[in-house]
Design a protein around this ligand. Structure first.
Ligand code: COA
Length: 167
């Protein structure tokens, strides 16, 4: 009998990563089609470095001491105009293609809610926009308890859903 243990997933602030871990973040790979959904990781990292830590958090997903993913949280003036004042927006989430489908995305989303409760306790809601064609993203968010909120709209690539998680 084979027993599969869930990997231990931690979210680690970009500023606390070692140089090797930063390189691993910048080396994360997803398919060209997925890049349309999540954007380039280098650009996402640069947006964190340029911002104030009180408003933008770039978080590496570390599983069993290996960097496997990345996600960014923004709030206040750093968040887009459609985000409510008490909310933070999630953007650029990715799990490296070599590690997808093992529950890491779901574990990262659970970790994200815990991170916000601990570090940004006044944030009552998480929000994001996901492309309607992004079946993996939508499934991962739904499984983590996110719900579609408001009307769909046409975004940069196509129709997008707004999804939220009440904390
Ligand atoms: C979205 C993403 C982070 C999910 O990460 P992951 O580690 O593969 O997710 P998990 O293994 O935790 O799977 C979560 C759920 O999504 C489902 N899923 C994964 N890939 C899927 C796919 N291609 N189509 C449909 N569902 C899929 C899983 O089956 C699982 O649901 P289940 O347990 O009911 O089967 C990953 O697919 C990714 O990095 N995508 C590219 C970037 C992206 O689109 N980011 C979101 C931008 S809004």
């Amino acid at each position: 009998m084979t027993t599969t243990l869930a990997p231990r997933v931690h979210l680690v602030d970009w500023r606390a990563l070692t140089a090797a871990e930063r390189d691993a973040v910048l080396g994360l790979e997803i398919s060209a089609a997925q890049l349309e959904f999540a954007g380039a990781v280098g650009k996402s990292v640069a947006s964190c470095e340029a911002a104030t830590p009180a408003e933008v958090a770039g978080l590496a997903v570390r599983a069993d001491d290996r960097i496997v993913g990345w996600v960014v949280l923004k709030r206040g003036a750093a968040a887009p105009a459609w985000v409510a004042a008490d909310a933070a927006v999630v953007s650029g989430l990715r799990i490296d293609a070599r590690h997808q489908g093992r529950g890491l995305g779901g574990a990262a989303l659970a970790g994200l809610a815990a991170w916000v409760a601990r570090h940004w306790p006044r944030t009552a809601l998480l929000a994001l926009r996901v492309d309607d064609d992004n079946a993996a993203g939508i499934r991962a968010y739904e499984k983590a308890g996110w719900v579609e909120t408001g009307a769909r709209h046409v975004g940069r690539v196509g129709v997008e859903r707004t999804m939220t998680l009440r904390l």
